[in-house]
Design a protein around this ligand. Structure first.
Ligand SMILES: Nc1ncnc2c1ncn2[C@@H]1O[C@H](COP(=O)(O)OP(=O)(O)O)[C@@H](O)[C@H]1O
Ligand SMILES: [Mg+2]
Length: 381
C-alpha cells in the first residue's frame, strides 16, 4: 500500500483560486507546506501558500516545476490537458489520477460514465450540427438545455430553448465546428441537491450530508444543510454518490449535483472531482470540512466521519455583493461567518467569498438574508 504523505511534506496545488486557498489554509493548519501554480501573481491560494509558481495552467515547464517541489500533487482547476496530466503523473505523485478528470472534463463522457455506473441522468443527445439539434429536439421535445460539452461553468456556454424561435437561433450557434454540444431535456426540478463524497487510497468512503442548492442566473446562490428532504431521500442521494465513488475508484473528493424531479426521482446533473462551492458550508457546519477530507484522502490518512454539528445556510458573495457585504459585516451577528477569497478584481458575477450562517430556523434565516437587501431573494422560500 502507498505510504502516507505526512507533515511537513509539500502539497502541490494546480490552480490558485479560492478552492486552492481553502485547501492550503487547512493543509497549513495540519502542518503541510504548500506550493501552488497559477498565472496570476498573488493568486488567492498564492497569498497563503509557501510558494507560487507563476505560470500558465497548461505550461509543461510550469507543471514540471510544480512536480519537482511537491510530494503529492492535487488540482483545483479542471481544464488541464492530457499532456500536462501525463507530465504530472510521470514526474510527481498524483493520487487522483487523470482518468476521472478526463471523464468529467466533457459532459458527454461524464454522462456515459454515470450511466455505466448504473445511475440515471436527464435524457440527452450529442449534437455536432444544426440537423442533429433539430433531430434531438424532435426526440426530446422542448424545452431543452443546450450546453457546450467542454469548458462551461456557472452556466457559461448554456442556452435554455423553450420556443421554436429560440431553437431557430440556436441552429446557428451549433454550426460552430470547434465545439461539441450536448442537448438535454429541461428538468422542472422540485429541488437541486448535492453530495460531496470522499474516497482515500485505502478505499474508505465517506459522504457529507446532502445540501439543497438554489441557483440564480445558473450560479450557486444558497446551499441549505441539511437539505429539506426526508431522510430516505437524503440517504438515496448519498448512496448514489458512494456508488459513483466506488465505480470510479475515486481518490479525493467528488461533488455530485442532482436534480430531484417532481416525481421524487433523483437524476445526476453533473460531477466535479474536487472540492465544490456547495461544500463550503462544511467549514462551519461539520466537524471535518471538505478541504480537510480531501487532504486526508490524497495523503492517505484515515477519512473522518463527516458529522454535521449545526444546520447552516451558505450564501455566495459575488463581486456585485462584496462592497455591501464588507460594509454590513460589522453589524452582523457572530453566527454569520464571512469568508473572503482575496481576489483582486471583482467582476459583478465573480465569486468573491461566501457567508456561512449557523441557524436554528432556516425560514427565519432566509428572511434575515432577504432583510439585508444585499441579495436578490425573489421567490426563495
Ligand atoms: N437539464 C436541466 N434542466 C433544468 N435546469 C438545468 C438543466 N441543466 C442545468 N440546469 C440549471 O443550470 C445550472 C447550471 O448547470 P450545470 O449543468 O450544473 O452547469 P455548470 O454548473 O457547469 O455551469 C444547474 O444547476 C441548474 O440550475
Ligand atoms: Mg453545476
Amino acid at each position: 500500500m502507498r505510504k502516507s504523505i505526512r507533515p511537513p511534506q509539500t502539497i502541490g496545488i494546480l490552480g490558485g483560486g479560492q478552492l486552492g486557498r481553502m485547501l492550503a489554509l487547512k493543509a497549513r493548519e495540519m502542518g503541510y507546506q504548500i506550493v501552488t501554480l497559477d498565472p496570476t501573481p498573488q493568486s488567492p491560494c498564492g497569498q497563503v501558500a509557501d510558494k507560487q509558481i507563476v505560470s500558465d495552467y497548461n505550461s509543461l515547464s510550469g507543471a514540471g516545476q510544480l512536480a519537482a517541489c511537491s510530494d503529492v500533487v492535487t488540482y483545483e482547476f479542471e481544464n488541464i490537458s492530457a499532456d500536462l496530466a501525463l507530465e504530472l503523473e510521470s514526474h510527481s505523485y498524483l493520487p487522483q489520477g487523470y482518468q476521472l478528470l478526463y471523464t468529467t472534463q466533457n459532459r458527454l463522457r461524464e454522462k456515459v460514465a454515470i450511466q455505466q455506473a448504473g445511475i440515471a441522468v436527464a435524457p440527452y443527445r450529442q449534437v455536432l450540427n444544426s440537423q442533429e439539434l433539430l433531430r434531438a429536439v424532435e426526440e426530446l421535445g422542448l424545452p431543452v438545455v443546450l450546453k457546450t460539452a467542454e469548458g462551461g461553468y456557472d452556466g457559461k456556454g448554456q442556452f435554455v430553448l423553450k420556443t421554436s424561435m429560440q431553437l431557430d437561433q440556436a441552429l446557428a450557434i451549433v454550426q460552430d465546428i470547434t465545439q461539441q454540444w450536448v442537448v438535454e431535456k429541461f428538468i422542472p426540478f422540485a429541488k437541486e441537491l448535492s453530495v460531496i463524497v470522499a474516497r482515500n487510497i485505502a478505499g474508505e468512503i465517506e459522504a457529507f450530508p446532502v445540501g439543497e442548492n438554489i441557483h440564480q442566473q445558473n450560479i450557486l446562490h444558497l446551499t441549505l444543510v441539511p437539505a429539506r428532504v426526508d431522510e430516505i431521500l437524503a440517504k438515496r442521494a448519498q448512496e448514489i454518490a458512494i456508488q459513483l465513488a466506488q465505480k470510479f475508484s475515486l481518490v479525493g473528493l467528488l461533488a455530485v449535483e442532482l436534480f430531484l424531479t417532481q416525481d421524487g426521482d433523483l437524476l445526476v446533473n453533473e460531477l466535479a472531482p474536487r472540492p465544490h462551492n456547495s461544500g463550503h458550508y462544511t467549514r462551519q457546519a461539520c466537524e471535518t470540512c471538505q478541504f480537510e477530507q480531501h487532504i486526508r484522502a490524497i495523503c492517505n490518512l484515515p477519512l473522518a466521519k463527516p458529522k454535521i454539528l449545526h444546520p447552516t445556510i451558505m450564501v455566495n458573495v459575488l463581486g456585485k455583493h462584496l462592497p455591501e457585504v464588507t460594509a454590513a459585516v460589522s453589524g452582523w451577528d457572530s453566527d454569520w461567518k464571512l469568508h473572503v477569497y482575496g481576489k483582486a478584481e471583482g467582476k459583478p458575477l465573480r465569486k468573491m467569498g461566501h457567508v456561512n450562517i449557523l441557524t436554528d430556523n432556516m425560514d427565519k434565516t432566509l428572511v434575515a438574508i432577504r432583510k439585508t437587501g444585499i441579495w436578490e431573494m425573489e421567490g426563495i422560500e
